[in-house]
Every structure is written in structure tokens, then in C-alpha cells.
Write a protein that binds this ligand. Structure first.
Ligand SMILES: [Zn+2]
Ligand SMILES: [Zn+2]
Length: 98
């Protein structure tokens, strides 16, 4: 499964999400934080769209998955979860559809 990670400088927070949490940013109205048509995740702190980076998964896993992966804020995963657990401690907040 593909995972994405985004950084919010304003909140100093990392937000992580799977492909269903990421969306293409439609710059209707304003385009302050993301470039046109960037993939974005909504910051779990302020809720604003932040440019999302695809987590790169190493071809060969070198480590057992653990805390370092779960709390990872970078975009590289080299453990044996294949990116599945990467950054899940910073999971994006699902917005209730209302
Ligand atoms: Zn934020
Ligand atoms: Zn892992």
C-alpha cells in the first residue's frame, strides 16, 4: 500500500496518510501552501493542505518494523513492513462527512 507523508512548518507536525487520505489539491480560491495540482494531505494540526511526498520503500528490507518506522517523519522506509506502518503514529485525521 502506498503511503504519503506531509510536513507542516506552521504546526511543526508531520501528517501521514494512505492513498485514500491524500488528494490532488485544487487551487480554487487560494494557493498559498501547495503548488497547483500537488498531492496534499490536510495537516492534522491546522487542517490546511500540505504538499505530500510518496514514501519510498526500499527494494530490500533491512530492519524489522518498529517504533522508528511508526514514528517516522521522513519519506524513506527501509524495514520489512514495506511502508505499511510508515508514520502511522501521525495518521491524518479523517474528516467526518457532513
Ligand atoms: Zn498545520
Ligand atoms: Zn515499517
Amino acid at each position: 500500500m502506498k503511503r504519503y507523508t506531509a510536513h507542516c512548518a506552521a504546526c511543526a507536525l508531520t501528517t501521514s496518510g494512505s492513498a485514500d487520505a491524500v488528494r490532488v489539491y485544487d487551487p480554487t480560491g487560494y494557493a498559498l501552501f501547495a503548488t497547483r495540482w500537488d498531492l496534499v494531505l490536510d495537516c492534522r494540526g491546522c487542517g490546511l493542505p500540505r504538499s505530500a511526498t510518496l514514501v519510498r520503500v526500499a527494494a530490500r528490507s533491512a530492519y524489522r518494523c518498529g517504533e522508528r518506522c511508526i514514528e517516522a517523519s521522513g519519506a524513506d522506509c527501509a524495514c520489512d513492513c514495506g511502508g505499511r506502518n510508515h508514520g502511522i503514529a501521525f495518521e491524518a485525521v479523517r474528516r467526518a462527512a457532513s
